[in-house]
Structures are given as structure tokens and as C-alpha cells.
Write a protein that binds this ligand. Structure first.
Ligand code: HEC
Length: 114
């Protein structure tokens, strides 16, 4: 019995290893948000690939602080507003995400970007 349990858990560990760098702790919604973040946000917010003069702020842990880098309150409504309407050099994403995708993106941002 004991060895069987061991077998199952090592198969699980192998499955995780083969699924790439998927963090085991993210749920499905957060994973969807992560994909959106990686595809739509990270090139600026992590890589600043457009070499913007106003460097896009690091979004790790943004909800752990009371204020966003701009000083606006760090809550869902404010972050959703920034995403929909843009801010400074950040483009507006209105019409680019379904409500479900927006929720997933926020859920991922709430993880602190794991
Ligand atoms: C073209 C580059 C670019 C892309 C793409 C981009 N951003 Fe930004 N973002 C910026 C810049 C530049 C700022 C700083 C804006 C300012 O304060 O002038 C910013 C600011 C922010 C802020 C902080 C706002 C505040 O009030 O301090 C949040 C949150 C944010 N972005 C989220 C996102 C999310 C989520 C995505 C993906 C859907 C995204 N951004 C995509 C460039 C970008």
C-alpha cells in the first residue's frame, strides 16, 4: 500500500516536470490569467521591450501595497480601469479582454505574479 502511494505521487511529480514551469499552486483561473499576463503585459512590465522612457512598473505584489505606483488605490476597480483605459504610455485594452479574461488577469495579479 505504502509503495503504491509513493508510485502515484512520483508519477504526479513527473507529470508536473513535463508540463513545463507550471507552478503547482495556481488554480485554473490564475493559470489563464498568467497566460494573458505573459502574452499581453510582461513584454512591457517585465522586459520593457519598447524601451519606454517611463519604465513600466514591476507588477509583483501590487495588491500587497495600499497604493499603485501612481499613488492611486491598489484595488480591483482601479487596476481594471488602468487596463481598460490605459495610463500614460500604457495602451488601453478596452474591448481586448472578455469579462472572464479580465477576472482571470486580476486573479493572477492577486497571486503577486507567481
Ligand atoms: C506598451 C507597454 C505596456 C503594456 C503592454 C502594458 N503596460 Fe501597464 N503600464 C505601462 C506603463 C508605461 C505604465 C506607467 C504608467 C504611468 O504611470 O504613467 C504602466 C502602468 C501599469 C499599472 C500601474 C498603474 C498605476 O496607477 O500606477 C498597472 C496596474 C498596469 N500597468 C497593468 C498592466 C497590465 C495588467 C497589462 C496587461 C494587460 C499592462 N499593464 C500592459 C506600460 C504597459
Amino acid at each position: 500500500m505504502k509503495s503504491m502511494r509513493l508510485g502515484v505521487s512520483s508519477a504526479f511529480a513527473m507529470a508536473l516536470a513535463f508540463s513545463g514551469c507550471r507552478p503547482a499552486s495556481l488554480n485554473e483561473q490564475q493559470m489563464e490569467g498568467r497566460t494573458l499576463y505573459e502574452g499581453r503585459c510582461a513584454h512591457c512590465h517585465r522586459d520593457n521591450d519598447l524601451a519606454l522612457k517611463k519604465v513600466p512598473p514591476d507588477l509583483h505584489e501590487i495588491f500587497r501595497h495600499t497604493a499603485l505606483p501612481s499613488g492611486a488605490p491598489a484595488n480591483d476597480a482601479e487596476v481594471q480601469k488602468v487596463i481598460l483605459y490605459g495610463k500614460g504610455m500604457m495602451p488601453a485594452f478596452a474591448g481586448r479582454f472578455t469579462q472572464e479574461q479580465m477576472s482571470a488577469l486580476l486573479a493572477y495579479l492577486h497571486t503577486g505574479l507567481r
